[in-house]
Design a protein around this ligand. Structure first.
Ligand SMILES: Nc1ncnc2c1ncn2[C@@H]1O[C@H](COP(=O)(O)OP(=O)(O)O)[C@@H](O)[C@H]1O
Ligand SMILES: [Mg+2]
Length: 387
């Protein structure tokens, strides 16, 4: 399954957005246009349905509805989210899930649902508020999707949202520093995921990861999974130095780039439904970044199940790959009424440039620059030249 369409009202920078998504999505746009906020929608849905989560805590984690609601929202006060899920192979529309959120402007200022709807194909399975909700309005502080006792008919949606993943591998190295951050899955979470994977699968994934890492980090001889004497999971990298002495390091000594690459590779080899990669180019050598898109494609080919990949990037290198298609790129442009999102190939000028043989880096990336960026270098006058 994959998210094939997202309709947002008043979600952060996105006052009113209706956009189709494919199975691979590159998010491009200037700083602060909302790439991370767009990705956060998927984390929000995950927070809503995960065990111990729920609508209230998902909103609270984000500082309350007033932080989520678009600052330039005019008419409707509600935050509205609608997500369509389609079959990865046939592209057939399977599910539609929609909620509206509002905060009471009196009493306890409770956050409540103005509606919750689920459609399976063209059949409306859930349409709240229903009779029970009208009798007891507190029910509207929870979604049916988050409640196992209420979501039996459409649990596939909850399971799908729960498997959203987003690697932040630097957590591995500083687990104590990040321990206050609830459940962010990679980091110690990555170690747990590696530990819980069946031995045979783990071995085959490490084989692939080693092939990539050994190319990217020439002195690396092997990365292995080990357990310490109390059974704790660890990663061990063996290096061969010029003086031919093998040296071993544990995960807390790995470089940022190595952790990042490792986290991205492991996530790509997992079969979760949606993988969010925020600026995967960070900490990585430009040669690796240039190969990343091809590498992702190859790894995908080795997986039987197709998964959705949403990648935000500013990287010219990543986008030089000419196999990235215009309809895989969403261009975000900030404006007075929030950020506008469009599929890059819907713009004729971009289509023509791509047809003429340009890469996304050449055809689209310049449009992701802020309009007056060329002035940046002129901002501060040279005191020697000024009066
Ligand atoms: N509720 C909101 N309404 C409007 N803008 C918001 C809201 N919440 C955050 N923002 C804006 O979103 C911007 C950050 O977006 P972000 O997704 O981090 O950008 P990017 O990842 O593209 O650099 C900030 O400028 C912030 O002011
Ligand atoms: Mg960002």
């Amino acid at each position: 399954m994959f998210v094939s369409r997202v309709i947002l009202k008043n979600w952060r920078n996105f006052c009113s957005t209706d956009i189709q998504l494919g199975q691979k999505v590159f998010l491009l746009g200037p700083n602060a246009c909302g790439k991370s906020n767009f990705m956060d929608l998927f984390r929000f849905l995950r927070d809503m349905v995960k065990p111990g989560g729920g609508l209230q805590s998902a909103v609270q984690r984000r500082g309350g509805l007033s932080k989520i609601r678009c600052l330039s929202a005019r008419q409707s006060p509600d935050v509205e989210i609608e997500v369509h899920l389609s079959d990865s192979l046939s592209q057939e529309l399977l599910w539609q899930y929609a909620i509206g959120l509002r905060q009471q402007n009196h009493g306890y200022h409770r956050l409540y649902l103005t509606y919750e709807k689920v459609r399976k194909g063209d059949k409306l399975l859930l349409n709240r508020p229903d009779k029970e909700d009208k009798k007891d309005e507190l029910r509207l502080t929870e979604t049916h999707l988050e409640r196992v006792s209420a979501n039996r008919e459409f649990r596939d949606i909850a399971d799908f949202f729960e498997s959203v993943s987003y690697p932040v591998p630097q957590y591995i190295r500083h687990p104590d520093f990040f321990s206050g951050i609830p459940e962010d899955q990679f980091g110690q979470g990555l170690m747990e995921r590696i530990e819980k994977t069946f031995m045979n699968i783990r071995r085959s994934r490490f084989k692939k990861i080693n092939e990539v890492l050994m190319t990217a980090i020439p002195q690396l001889r092997e990365l292995t999974y080990i357990t310490d004497n109390i059974g704790g999971p660890h990663l061990e990298a063996a290096y061969q130095h010029w003086y031919l002495i093998a040296d071993k390091q544990r995960e807390d000594q790995f470089s940022d780039g190595m952790l990042r690459l490792l986290g991205v590779l492991w996530a790509l080899l997992e079969r979760d439904s949606i993988l969010l990669l925020e600026e995967p180019e960070l900490c990585l050598n430009s040669g690796i970044v240039r190969q990343l898109s091809e590498l992702i494609r190859r790894l995908e080919r080795t997986q039987k199940i197709k998964r959705q990949l949403i990648i935000s990037t500013h990287s010219h290198e990543l986008l030089t790959d000419k196999k990235i298609r215009g309809n895989e790129v969403l261009l975000m442009t900030p404006g007075n009424d929030g950020t506008e999102v469009c599929v890059a190939s819907d713009k004729e000028e971009i289509r023509n440039l791509l047809k003429g043989g340009m890469s996304i880096a050449e055809a689209v990336l310049p449009l992701a620059d802020p309009s007056n960026i060329s002035q940046l270098g002129m901002l501060f006058t040279d005191p020697a030249k000024s009066d």
